[in-house]
Unconditional design. Structure first.
Length: 447
């Protein structure tokens, strides 16, 4: 195969990022914007030792599992690569991927329960981070095209609540009316960089306006416009991010208007969320996920449970009424403060929350607390080795591992499996429809 030449092939799989996979004489080629079953013509643009990168020229024969919508899916950027693939087929692929990752990476051959999907896989995102920029001298607010800094303008985002669409329109109108300089990522000039929008089940919203500088021109005009045109905006923050890197949010938050936290609910529990706190992006599926984690834990009145990477205390409070005590560990200060406040608001007094990095705090606490069960819900990178070593030293009778990344889950479970733990249940939950990601809950029992 030569770079620049045109080839044909059928998409047979997705990569972990959701790109299509074509085998050309046994050599894998990765192509964006296609689905399994498409027969396409593509141009080879890059060739590495073990794979190539292609760009689709045209779809010769569409997959029978391809689906089209009344709205333009390209405006949703690169975050939903499977959106044109039938939803039931997405679920089948994710379930298969979980099993393959556990076997290929972890060496664990275990039955994987049927994945739990959504009845309506749209309007589920309660936290969106949306770039702001310019193109051809015009303001654009939308999502990045995959692997680029090009922003695709949003007309309507069918993955987030309608109030978020109204906020985007209002901010864009304010930028144009007052000639606010949006951020130019090539020249590294401008004021407005991103919009962060959090929403709750009552259709209330928190706007986080990410700026490159501390001063926002005409900010009171923006606040007035939002309150008038977007009923439901109950909190507005400024986040100052002067960094040139990939992170959306900087460390400094300035409260501009309304409530300091956004209140949301999971089941009967209420949670106050700060602008920088982690909260699962899919509220409906979060309750499903936590019910599974709770059932896997099988809490008893004499259990002491560590909840590692506890965030604002969602899992801790969800399981607290079934056990004697829960000890949460979280590295974000505001999240720990939210967790303590949330425990009081929910009248739960058998929980403790500690601030610090899990790999530092957890090993220190295991000698002081004779916990017999552990829940971990780490970020995509998985657990630090120090955390896994401390779990092995603690030797709990049961571990519930909640993961948003089957690959790092498999890596970590392999270590626990070799240290005397058996994976007895695996339950995937589709928290992120139309993306290539899924959440997994695993139950591990000490042999």
């Amino acid at each position: 195969m030569e770079i620049g030449n045109i080839y044909k092939g059928q998409v047979i799989d997705f990569t972990h990022e959701g790109n299509g996979v074509i085998k050309y004489d046994g050599f894998p080629i990765f192509v964006e914007d296609v689905v399994i079953g498409d027969f396409i013509e593509f141009k080879l643009v890059e060739k590495k030792k073990s794979f190539g990168i292609g760009v689709v020229s045209r779809i010769i024969v569409q997959s029978t599992d391809r689906v089209e919508y009344s709205f333009d899916t390209s405006t949703l950027g690169g975050g939903v690569p499977l959106i044109n693939y039938k939803y039931d087929k997405q679920l089948e692929w994710k379930e298969k991927k979980v099993k393959q990752d556990l076997l290929r990476i972890g060496g664990i051959d275990v039955e994987v329960s049927k994945i739990i999907g959504m009845k309506s896989p749209f309007r589920y995102r309660n936290h969106s981070q949306i770039p702001v920029g310019e193109k051809d001298g015009k303001v654009v607010i939308g999502y990045y095209k995959a692997k680029s800094n090009d922003i695709i303008p949003i007309d309507e985002d069918y993955l987030q609540p309608e109030i978020a669409d109204r906020i985007i329109d209002t901010v864009k109108a304010w930028v144009i009316e007052y000639d606010i300089q949006v951020y130019n990522r090539e020249k590294e000039l401008g004021v407005i960089k991103h919009l962060g929008i959090r929403t709750n089940e009552n259709n209330e919203a928190m706007l986080i306006l990410v700026t490159a500088f501390s001063k926002i021109p005409y900010k009171y005009e923006l606040i007035h416009k939002l309150v008038k045109e977007c009923p439901g905006v109950v909190s507005i923050y400024q986040n100052i991010n002067q960094e040139k890197g990939k992170f959306t949010y900087g460390r400094e938050y300035v409260h501009l208007f309304g409530q300091e936290q956004l209140r949301d609910y999971i089941g009967d529990l209420q949670f106050d969320i700060s602008p920088d706190s982690f909260f699962q992006v899919n509220r409906l599926q979060t309750r499903v996920l936590y019910e599974i984690a709770k059932s896997f834990l099988e809490g008893k009145t004499d259990d002491v449970v560590f909840d590692i990477y506890s965030g604002i205390g969602t899992i801790s409070l969800f399981i607290a009424k079934d056990v004697k005590k829960v000890i949460g560990i979280e590295s974000v200060k505001s999240a720990v403060e939210n967790a303590k406040s949330n425990s009081k608001k929910n009248n739960i007094d058998n929980v403790e929350f500690y601030l610090g990095k899990a790999e530092i705090v957890f090993p220190k606490l295991i000698g002081e607390n004779k916990a017999n069960k552990v829940i971990v819900d780490p970020p995509r990178k998985g657990c630090e080795r120090e955390v896994l070593d401390a779990i092995i030293e603690l030797s709990p009778e049961r571990i519930v591992y909640v993961s948003c990344n089957p690959s790092t889950l498999a890596r970590d479970i392999k270590i626990l499996d070799r240290s005397g733990y058996e994976v007895t249940k695996v339950q995937p939950v589709d928290m992120f429809p139309h993306s290539a990601h899924c959440e997994v809950v695993c139950k591990l029992i000490r042999l």
